[in-house]
Design a protein around this ligand. Structure first.
Ligand code: S1T
Ligand code: MG
Length: 547
């Protein structure tokens, strides 16, 4: 095998199901091997940001590695934002970038696509990845590849691989995966004892689950643990969609001032909050009504467990969950409020559509069709998604970059074969909506719901006096057929209902439903969220202590 083939085989063995990319001359040899070896399917898109988002979604949807490939400089540097998003949201994306050959790099010429220095790109990506390597030594390559892929899986964060174009064909030994170090069983046992001790002594213990539970494929085990412990379970904002379709006593999502008051009171009033794989971010906790007392919480994240001032440094979330499952024989049985009721039964009338109506319509659809995977962009669509019944949901819930939605749906359908629904604002659609033009080449047929309020509406909530938030009407439905899909413009709730049903019945072409939403009409959740975040940003409430 050559270096490229060894890399591709290793990626496949570690759970990659495809490569998303845009080639360029410095990456042509690598793309040639990808295409001709057939080791992994290649999906080329139109712009690198979309490549990054699609690879990120593939990693999240498959709990495996997501792979993005680009050319040097002009290509790869376009992917800094999606890779930063993947870093922030703990998604194991492998970015493979072509690069000038080892020999041409020594030519001392300024090379095309080069920024400041030849290694500027390598340094840029070291800021948004957890490990990086340049494959400029064929003998060392198997070890280097094994190391960075292990880092991606262990930390569940992106890594960067630079492949000089004249190294692609170099003979290379197969990659031997790094065997993960087992945590110290005595430390795990002590940690488990301390946690159970705290939960038993507590009057209102609560379990909150976050993104790491999915990233490390622990959902079914955590669902079993939750049922065994008998604790009320909530997800963090970023963890929305977790434990959907499991037996866990899932109550909903904690959103502080923006969320269901009974869940907010439960979480903020808990004297033993068990946080499994939850990121302590402003989107997850910045909008709390009452400050959460972290000294009384148990926090498992990034391979360590913190109980107040007590830290267990090397305990992976998997080892902790396994340890708890082995120990928990009899439940703790803590009381909790009833399960939330999600809006259903959209009124089919001539009234204009609001964001919450779209959530209701999707609940009605899933009541018939069953759970549907959903990709959501930043904007009010993200908050409307919280009114949708728990289902597999991918969203930039913390890094909150726009442009994620449509490419994420392509990533989901390419690597899982499932047909997703996309929720995206008009502003975000203007950024990456065009990637829908690639569906016809791969037979993808997502259902895309554009919240067209001709506005950067979320920003208007923060700063209503600014006129620059007004966007013009791009009439997206009319563009759909040119991109190989079908488009419908919806003005009323009745029309929304029939458009969704028509879209569900049409397969093989993407279906774009452009929902016209009057400016100023936003979801209740967004209104409360912006109020909470504005108060937090203005120091209305003391920021949470650093754990
Ligand atoms: N650029 C990128 C790539 N991501 C962002 N999140 C922003 C800018 C800032 C930003 C928001 S919300 C928002 C912007 C521009 C407006 C979104 O407009 P649209 O997609 O139409 O959704 P809606 O009209 O529902 O708001 C966040 C605060 O950072
Ligand atoms: Mg908008």
């Amino acid at each position: 095998m050559n270096i490229a083939e060894s890399l591709l085989v290793a990626l496949k063995e570690q759970g990659a199901r495809g490569i998303f990319g845009v080639p360029g001359d410095f990456a042509l040899p690598f793309f040639k091997v990808v295409e001709e070896s057939g080791i992994l399917p290649l999906y080329t898109l139109s712009h690198e940001p979309a490549v990054g988002f699609a690879a990120d979604a593939a990693a999240r949807a498959t709990c495996g590695l997501g792979v993005a490939a680009a050319t040097y400089g002009a290509g790869a540097l376009n992917m800094v934002n999606p890779i930063a998003a993947a870093y922030a949201e703990k998604s194991p994306v492998v970015l493979t970038s072509g690069a000038p050959g080892v020999r041409e790099a020594r030519s001392r010429l300024l090379l095309h696509h080069q920024a400041k220095a030849l290694d500027s790109q390598f340094r840029v990506f070291s800021e948004v990845t957890c490990d990086q390597v340049r494959l400029d030594d064929a003998a060392r390559a198997p070890h280097d590849i094994a190391r960075v892929l292990h880092s991606a899986r262990t930390h569940s964060r992106p890594v960067y691989i630079e492949l000089p174009r004249d190294m692609v064909w170099e003979p290379c030994a197969p990659v031997v995966p790094v065997i993960a170090e087992e945590p110290d069983p005595a430390a795990v046992a002590a940690c488990v004892e301390e946690i159970l001790g705290r939960l038993r002594k507590a009057t209102s213990p609560v379990l909150m689950v976050g993104v790491e539970v999915r990233r490390y494929s622990l959902e079914s085990r955590v669902a079993r643990l939750a049922a065994l412990l008998g604790l009320p379970v909530v997800t963090s904002f970023m963890g929305r969609g977790l434990l959907a379709n499991t037996s866990a006593p899932l109550l909903g999502t904690y959103m502080g001032i923006a969320g269901a008051p009974e869940i907010t009171a439960l979480v903020e009033g808990s004297d033993a909050l068990l946080l499994l794989g939850v990121l302590i971010s402003d989107t997850n906790f910045g909008v709390s009504v009452r400050q959460i007392d972290y000294r009384r919480s148990i926090h498992a994240l990034d391979g360590r467990v913190t109980l107040g001032h007590h830290i267990y440094p090397n305990i992976s979330l998997e080892a902790l969950v396994e340890g708890l499952l082995q120990r928990v024989k009899d439940g703790i049985e803590a009381p909790g409020p009833g399960r939330p009721v999600y809006p259903r039964g959209l009124v089919s009338d001539g009234c204009p559509v609001g964001p919450s109506d779209i959530a209701c319509a999707i609940n009605d659809l899933m009541a018939i069709a069953g759970p549907i995977p959903i990709a959501v962009d930043a904007g009010d669509c993200l908050f409307a998604a919280l009114e949708i019944e728990p289902t597999s949901l991918l969203a930039p819930g913390y890094y909150a970059t726009m442009g994620f939605g449509v490419p994420a749906a392509l990533g989901i359908q390419a690597t899982t074969g499932q047909r997703p629904i996309v929720l995206v604002g008009d502003g975000a659609f203007q950024m990456t909506g065009w990637e829908l033009g690639n569906c016809q080449r791969y037979g993808w047929d997502p259902i895309v719901i554009v919240f067209n309020n001709r506005s950067w509406e979320m920003l208007r909530l923060f700063q209503p006096e600014s006129k620059f938030n007004d966007l013009s009407d791009w009439r997206f439905a009319e563009i759909a057929s040119a991109l190989g899909g079908d488009g419908t413009r919806v003005l009323t709730r009745e029309a929304l209902k029939s458009a969704l049903h028509a879209a569900m019945s049409r397969r093989g072409r993407f279906q774009l439903i452009e929902v016209m939403i009057p400016r100023g009409v936003v979801s209740k959740t967004l209104q409360r969220f912006v109020a909470g975040l504005t108060r937090f940003a203005s120091g209305g409430e003391a920021p949470p202590p650093v754990l």
